[in-house]
Design a protein around this ligand. Structure first.
Ligand code: HSE
Length: 404
């Protein structure tokens, strides 16, 4: 089966390399004979072993009827959206690792795929090499899933691990993550939680059945988390992770949020370190399932892409039943209305301790010479933040505590 790859970056080159290296294994495991026929990129790769396959002209892929599956690893919306749409209209199956494309245009592209009786698959868009999309949409299809939560960004988890375990400063840890090919082209998307938000939106769309756009999801990154936060959290028995969560509330709406969060050291998520990701799925039949593995990097992500290509090879003549409907108004609850318990760090001054005890009765409090840290009981985020801003406390940080 002839394949084209659009975008010869970290993931696209990983796909070409994987198919070259493991073609015999793939054939033995699945019967599929995969061959990369064309690679589209605007850059020159004269010294690459794949140089003879390179083209800068999309028409070389679009008009080549021998190419049955197109891999989109360009990233970004433009021209990815146009190229993918045109491939689907030409009845080519498309496999994408592009989170931005899936999260903004997923419903449209899934509809286009359905109209043209081809597949649009995107396992590699969430969790790098970890199978997540297929297990959720197939293996767990007999469950009602009410909650998913996880660590979905390798770069930030790598940075937090380096900061906490090796006391590496933020920018050196980020530079290393970039060098290792984990970070996005613009690492702001990683450190500000934007990449994680795209991924939880994709998973939530799949689990809850309607497209969920990132604009509807409250998102905070890791740039404000300090070593002091990590130390106090450690003394309370927690680690700090960038956590994405999506769960159905009793009122039927969805609570979806991305933020740094305190995770109990006893939780399965607490031991997820370095570039590893993990997604905790709670099925009504299975109970908790943790999907764990490398969440970024060339070969791990290429493995997910190739899994989708093989799925296309198995479903050449018929489209898989897969995807979600368009967004539904009012699906996502205002996060401020949802109760949480909060870790707060304040200046140890004047009558700070008395004020904490008055505002948050029963809160556990720790202190050192300069600072106090405490964990509140559960209240709505609106009430918690209002109490803090109306108090005389000098708040240094506030981080949600998860129960996962
Ligand atoms: N920048 C992303 C991460 C790549 O660090 O997880 C994989 O989506």
């Amino acid at each position: 089966m002839k394949i084209a790859v659009m975008g010869f970056g970290v993931v696209g080159s990983g796909v070409a390399n994987l198919i070259k290296k493991n073609a015999a294994v793939i054939k033995e495991n699945t019967g599929a004979e995969l061959e990369v026929k064309r690679i589209l990129d605007i850059r020159d790769f004269e010294n690459s072993e794949f140089a003879p396959l390179m083209t800068k002209n999309f028409a070389d892929i679009e008009n080549d009827d021998e190419i049955e599956v197109v891999v989109e690893t360009m990233g970004g919306l433009n021209p990815a959206f146009e190229f993918v749409s045109r491939c689907l209209k030409r009845k080519k199956h498309v496999v994408s690792s592009n989170k931005e494309l899936v999260v903004q245009k997923g419903f449209e592209l899934l509809s286009l795929a359905r109209e043209n009786n081809v597949n649009f698959l995107f396992e590699a868009s969430v969790g790098g090499g970890i199978p997540i999309i297929r297990p959720i949409s197939r293996c767990l299809a007999g469950n009602r899933i009410d909650s998913i939560a996880g660590i979905l960004n390798g770069t930030t988890n790598f940075i937090m691990t380096k900061m906490i375990m090796e006391r590496t400063d933020f920018s050196s840890a980020l530079a290393l993550a970039q060098e290792l090919g984990y970070a996005e082209k613009d690492p702001t998307a990683d450190v500000e939680g934007i990449d994680t938000c795209r991924k939880i939106c994709i998973l939530a769309s799949l689990v809850f059945g309607n497209q969920i756009y990132p604009e509807k999801v409250h998102t905070e990154g890791i740039t404000k988390v300090t070593l002091e936060d990590a130390e106090f959290a450690g003394s309370f028995g927690y680690v700090i992770k960038l956590i994405a969560q999506a769960r159905k509330l009793d009122n039927g709406k969805l609570y979806i949020i991305v933020s740094p969060a305190l995770v109990s050291k006893g939780s399965m998520l607490a031991g997820v370190n370095d570039v590893f990701n993990a997604c905790l799925v709670q099925g009504d039949m299975t109970g908790d399932i943790l999907l764990y593995g490398k969440g970024a990097g060339s070969s791990a992500t290429a493995s997910a892409v190739v899994g989708d290509i093989i799925d296309c090879a198995d479903n050449m003549e018929k489209r898989k039943v897969f995807g979600w409907k368009e967004e539904k108004d009012g699906m996502v609850e205002d996060y401020l209305m949802v109760p949480v318990s909060l870790f707060v760090r304040v200046k140890n001054e004047n009558s700070a301790r008395e004020e904490i005890e008055k505002l948050f009765p029963g809160a556990k409090i720790l202190e050192n010479a300069e600072e106090l840290a405490f964990i509140t009981a559960e209240e709505t985020q609106k009430v918690l933040f209002e109490k803090l801003s109306a108090s005389g406390l000098t708040v240094l940080s506030s981080i949600r505590v998860t129960t996962y």
